[in-house]
Design a protein around this ligand. Structure first.
Ligand SMILES: [Fe+2]
Length: 358
């Protein structure tokens, strides 16, 4: 598990002390640190420390930089069931606070964020306020994020401009170094290496939705869909979560613009609560409308509870509802367990020959 934090103190050590008893740190780990400049802004010292190996389903108490107050986190379980919370396009508004409050109201194991985090829009101190904003939640459970367009912050045509993703890569370090290759080659190799006996469920997180009947961001995911949809389909990916469109939308199982029982369920969950507001204009006559099962422009979050190797429960929760009212839900059967789709699973899953690299 990687622990990341920022200090103003440039001499603060990149060390995390931890243990299973409060105040009794039986282990410690050292990591590295970075910082970045963005025109006149210079970030604090950004520390990244990987701790572990950790026991599953265990609460660890930890302290960052040999100073400050104690934090605690719980590791995910080693076996099913596991509960994944999903919230995209967060920002740092009162709606975001409401979303995160709803997320923590019911227990969960991991939070997935399909892109668009701080909405700093090049105002770098807003990355710092975003860190403080989410700290109460992000210190307690693992977060896995992916990048959206709001992470790019490219200042094109300005000489000496910071490189794209400068803040995001420095602050929200994902396992891209561990991935070993660039996106398409990595994806094919990673999927081919999944043993579906041990890993019956495959969930993909990306930003711009491939399937979308909202007027907002129409067609923006199309190039990526054309390049990668077949790879996910053949790998029998169960669910694809996207953000970007600030609303909720769930499709039936789809492949190549047609309903297909062996395709993934596509879910847009870009309704975390950012300052740009909601995308209200769902198009009734959109060519994909017959495949869209549920769509609503409200802030909220989703939860995928993977019960066992064959069954998972998906639920979408609206922030508008004081109690945890589920506005959309369904039971999913894993594709590898399905009599119709399982037999044609990705050849790599049976330990077959490696898939051709691009
Ligand atoms: Fe976006």
């Amino acid at each position: 598990m990687r622990v990341s934090w920022v200090t103003d103190d440039k001499h603060a050590p990149s060390v995390v002390e931890y243990g299973v008893v409060s105040g009794n740190y039986t282990a410690s780990a050292s990591g590295d640190h970075t910082s970045y400049r963005y025109f006149l802004y210079t970030s604090g010292k950004i520390h990244h420390v990987t701790i572990g190996p950790l026991e599953p389903s265990t609460v660890y108490y930890y302290r960052c930089g040999r100073a400050g107050h104690e934090l605690s986190l719980r590791t995910p379980p080693a076996a099913l069931p596991i509960e994944l919370a999903v919230a995209g396009d967060l920002g740092q508004t009162e709606w975001t606070a409401s979303t995160l409050a709803h997320v923590s109201k019911t227990d969960y194991d991991v939070l997935l964020v399909p892109g668009d985090l701080s909405y700093a829009e090049t105002q770098q101190p807003l990355w710092d306020t975003f860190g403080r904003f989410v700290q109460r939640h992000a210190t307690r459970r693992p977060w896995m994020v992916t990048q959206g367009n709001h992470e790019v912050e490219a200042a094109l045509n300005i000489p000496g401009a910071p490189r794209p993703f400068a803040a995001y890569e420095a602050r929200w370090r994902t396992p891209h170094e561990e991935s070993g290759s660039e996106q398409y080659a990595w994806l094919k190799r990673d999927l081919a290496g999944v043993d579906r006996e041990n890993t019956p469920w495959l969930v993909v997180l990306l930003h711009a939705p491939w399937y979308n009947t909202n007027a907002a961001h129409q067609g923006e995911g199309e190039a990526m869909r054309k390049a990668m949809e077949r790879v996910l389909f053949e790998a029998r990916v169960d669910v694809v979560f996207a953000g970007h469109v600030h609303a909720y939308e769930r499709f039936t199982r789809v492949y190549d613009n047609k309903a297909n029982p062996c395709g993934p369920v596509y879910i847009t969950i870009g309704d975390g609560g950012n300052r740009e507001g909601l995308a209200f204009d769902f198009q009734k006559n959109h060519k994909l409308a017959p495949l869209s099962v549920m769509r609503e422009a409200s802030f909220g979050h989703g939860r995928l509870r993977v019960v066992n190797a064959t069954a998972a429960h998906w639920a979408w929760h609206r922030n508008d509802d004081a109690d945890s009212v589920v506005r959309d839900e369904l039971w999913l059967e894993s594709l590898v367990a399905s009599a119709e789709c399982g037999k044609r699973a990705y050849p790599g899953s049976a330990g077959g020959s490696p898939i051709d690299e691009l």
